[in-house]
Structure formats: C-alpha cells, structure tokens
Design a protein around this ligand. Structure first.
Ligand code: ATP
Ligand code: MN
Length: 480
C-alpha cells in the first residue's frame, strides 16, 4: 500500500478502505484523537487511537510535533467537524518530539505573535498561517509561469552578479573576493578592483530589466522571474534586501499593449488562486478579520480578503493620466483638509502610497493604471513623449497597497537615449551593449516589473513582507 496525503484522504468518498498516512502530530487529545497534518492542505485529519489495545510506550510518544506513520481504515467520522477519520490499526513513531523542548517553541498549539514566529522561521511553516501563506506563494508562482507559457513568452534567466551599476534602481550589494582587511590598492590608494575575482567592480542585480530587453529584441516575448537585491537601509514592512521580481519584456509592444498585458496577467494569476486555493484563502481571510479587530478603523483592510481579490478580477482597470490624477488629488477632500501627510500642490510631485490608495479606494473604486508620468520622477530608459516632459510610464495601483506594478515603453531612439544618459551622467561605456540594441534593428518595446512578495502580501493579506518569504533578509538580519 502507498502513503496517501491528507489532502487526498479528506476528499475520499470511498470509506472503510485501508490507508496509510505520514505526517506530524498537531495535537493529541484524551489519549485518543490525533490531529495529523502533512502540509498537503490546511486541514488536519483526525486519527482515532484505541488506547486500551495500544502499547503504552508508543502511546506516550504520540506528542505534539512528532512525525508518525499511521495505518488504518478510512471511515465516516463519528464526531463533528470532519467527514472522514482514520481508525488507527498501527502507528509507528518516525521521529519523537520531546514535550519539554516543544513547549519552548512555536509548535506548542496556541496563539503566537508573528514576531515570535519570525524568530523560529524554520518551524513556522508548521503553523496554519504560514503553511497557508507558503502554499499560496507556490501557487502564485506556478500561475505566473503558466500565464507566460500559455501566452508564448520565453523564461529568461538574467544574471545575478552584474558588472553594470547603471540601472539606478537602488543601492547595491558589492560582490567581491578581495580581503576586506587588506585589499590591493592602486597608486591613488583606492581599492584596486582590477585584482578582484571578475577584474572589475561587481554587484548583485537590482533588476533584470535591461538584460531582458536584449532578449526581447531577439526572442520577441520574454520574462524574468528571479531574485533581486537592494541594500536599502529602510526598515519598512514593504522592503526586503533580497526579493523576487517578475519582469516581462515584449518587442513591438507599445504602452497601451503593456497596460493590456499587465491587466490580463494580474487578473489571470489572481483568478488562479481564487480557484485553486479556496481553503487557504478562507483561512487567511478569517485570520485578517481577527487581527483587524484590534486595529483602529483607518488601519483595517478596506474589504475582506477574497472580496478584494474578486474586486481585481471583476473590474476593468481605470486608465488615468498622471496629469488627470494630480488634478483629482489637488481638489480632493483629504488634500484640502490637509489629511494627507504629503500635500499635493503642483504638477511634478511624486505620488505616495496614501495618494494612490485614495484614487483606488475612494475616488475610482476600482484598480487604477496611471500613465504618462513626469520624466523627472522616472527612470532614464522610459520613452519620452512628444510634449518633451512626460514619459510613457505606467503604474498599477491596488487597494490597500498602492503601486504594485511599474512599467514603461522603453526609449528606442538612440539619440534621445544618449541625450538622456548624458543629462543624468550615466557613462555610455557602462551600457554600450544597451545602446547597441538601438543601433541594430531598434523597435518599440515595453515591459513591467512586479515585486513578487508585494503580490504575495496582497493575495494573503499579510501586513509584513517578512511573513511572505521563507527566510527574509533585512537590515541586520540574515538568520537561517
Ligand atoms: P518602492 O517605491 O516601494 O521602494 P521602487 O520604486 O523602488 O519601489 P522598482 O524599482 O520599480 O520599485 O521595482 C519594481 C517592483 O519591485 C516594485 O513595484 C515593488 O513591487 C518591488 N520592490 C522594490 N523594492 C523592493 C524591496 N526592497 N523589497 C521587496 N519588493 C520591492
Ligand atoms: Mn525603492
């Protein structure tokens, strides 16, 4: 007989058959009821032990946290709360868990704070909350690959160690094998990186976009989905030093095509989890409602979790130019009454998350795509509009979070790009290969970036980015 998963057993109609299951004991009640979980789903399966006929030594070893191998019959449950249970005929303890030791850990079955769970990140996935989050994370990542695969995109692996530091997306981590205590120096007394491993200064990538552009201009439609690194010393609930990013890039696609793609993509992946992760989403929705009870009204989630996800799938994203958005914000109530932390007074201002949320949650009441931003607040590679002051950029704004996607049509004209780089003091030597793209068969092309953890936060309702990645890396923390 082969071992079945708990998820499989719980869907079985055929009762009274002999089964085998392996998992970890969540609780053992009244010397009789084992709540067994194997990670295959949120729910436990109840395994009923006949303690009178059970070896006493084995019985004592059935404790919270222990790994067990159970054989028995799958029968209709006598009790409430589950349809089937296992009538245990034999139980083998695969791995003990000493109750004394367990009592010091988060395995102990009671409410633990998210902070305490973070300290035991190696065990936290044995809790309902974290197993649900991590199953959703996996599901979202599968949905992303599936979307691109269905739509003719190639998966491209951008390098993680980069020699170009011109992306300008954020502070970088240096990659070096030089001896920090005694580095080789040049004649000016500066560190001589020509003696370093790669013969030059290298860093961990902050974005795969520029490399993805080169691939789009050969393969047509590509996307990256890989780790990116930013040494930003901002200890916020939305920033990690190591996070995963999805960056599609498409040749011959303009900004309107880019918005269409991003909207269709977001709707697909969110529909996917609504359909495939119902149980986990229902649990997380409940968890969020519970958590919100202890928060002031204005910090609570704008709507229940699954309603928020359906809100994305069921509404057309409202497309609004930056200029229109500024007008709306300028004459809005919170701006006039100075309720915004940052007051919007003139065109050119960078929007904060409070403004983005106002547009989505109060004003338009649907997801919003803002486009045609002032060139001054956007990156050098974005295509300049005919007005000479705005660029073909777009940001997608979601409820509860603000910006979730940022993208643009890229500047495909060599002379305009060169001028822009000169203006910003970006040396052409660093990006000669990027400029080459504009020399050999240049064409309109566009793409966007989605921070994967921001998406997982949105889809799970978790409020801290440290709780949606297995082992978060943040300032002063690289544990595990
Ligand atoms: P933010 O203003 O939130 O710092 P950004 O403007 O620096 O974001 P981009 O450079 O546009 O972000 O990066 C693309 C996407 O990557 C963002 O939309 C966001 O989802 C995500 N992202 C950026 N920085 C981080 C980070 N430190 N941790 C996790 N995700 C991030
Ligand atoms: Mn940033």
């Amino acid at each position: 007989m082969t071992t079945s998963t708990v998820a499989y057993l719980l869907t079985q109609e055929l009762k009274h058959s002999e089964i085998e299951v392996k998992g970890w004991v969540r609780t053992f009640r009244a010397n009789r009821f084992i709540a067994l979980n194997d990670g295959s789903c949120l729910e436990n399966i109840q395994c009923v032990v006949d303690f009178e006929s059970m070896n006493e030594v084995v019985l004592k070893r059935i404790t919270t946290g222990a790994a067990v191998h159970i054989k028995g019959g799958l029968v209709d449950s006598q009790g409430k709360g589950q349809s089937v249970e296992v009538q245990v005929s034999s139980i083998e303890i695969l791995g003990d868990a000493d109750p004394e030791e367990v009592s010091k850990t988060i395995l102990q079955p009671k409410r633990h704070s998210l902070e305490f769970l973070r300290e035991q990140a190696h065990l936290r996935t044995r809790t309902n909350t974290f197993s649900a989050v991590m199953r959703l994370r996996s599901s979202l990542s599968f949905a992303i690959h599936s979307y691109f695969n269905k739509n003719g995109f190639y998966y491209m692996h951008a390098p993680i160690v980069t020699g170009s530091d011109a992306e300008g997306a954020g502070e970088m981590f240096r990659v070096t094998t030089l001896d920090a205590k005694n580095p080789p120096l040049d004649e000016n007394g500066a560190v001589d990186y020509s003696k370093d491993f790669f013969g030059k200064e290298t860093n961990l990538t902050v974005s795969g976009q520029l490399e993805a552009e080169t691939y789009a201009m050969a393969l047509g439609k590509v996307y990256t989905f890989g780790p990116t690194f930013r040494a930003e010393n901002s200890n916020t609930s939305r920033h990690l030093a190591e996070f995963w990013m999805i960056e599609p890039e498409v040749a011959f696609m303009d900004l309107v095509g880019n918005m269409d793609l991003a909207e269709d993509f977001m709707k697909y992946i969110i529909s996917y989890v609504l359909e495939h992760n119902k149980e986990d989403l229902a649990f997380l929705e409940q968890r969020l409602e519970q958590e919100d009870k202890s928060k002031p009204q204005n910090e609570r989630a704008p709507m229940p979790l699954t309603e928020k996800l359906r809100f994305i799938v069921e509404n057309n994203f409202k497309r609004v130019s930056y200029t229109e958005a500024i007008e709306i914000l300028r004459s809005s109530k919170p701006n006039k009454k100075k309720k915004f932390k940052y007051i919007i007074d003139k065109w050119g201002a960078d929007l904060q998350s409070e403004h983005e949320r106002f547009l989505v949650e109060q004003h338009f009441k649907c997801p919003v795509i803002l486009f045609d931003y002032p060139a001054k607040i956007k990156a050098f590679y974005m295509r300049l509009n005919e007005d000479g002051k705005t660029v073909r950029a777009m940001d997608i704004l979601f409820p509860g979070i603000g910006e979730i996607v940022g993208g643009s049509q890229r500047e495909e004209r060599l002379d305009v790009l060169r001028e822009k780089m000169a203006e910003l003091d970006i040396p052409e030597e660093d990006l000669w290969w990027y400029l080459d793209l504009r020399k050999y068969g240049t064409a309109v092309h566009s793409g966007f970036g989605l921070g994967f953890e921001r998406l997982v936060m949105f889809a799970t309702g978790m409020g801290n980015i440290r709780d949606v990645i297995p082992y978060p890396r943040t300032p002063l923390n690289a544990d595990f």
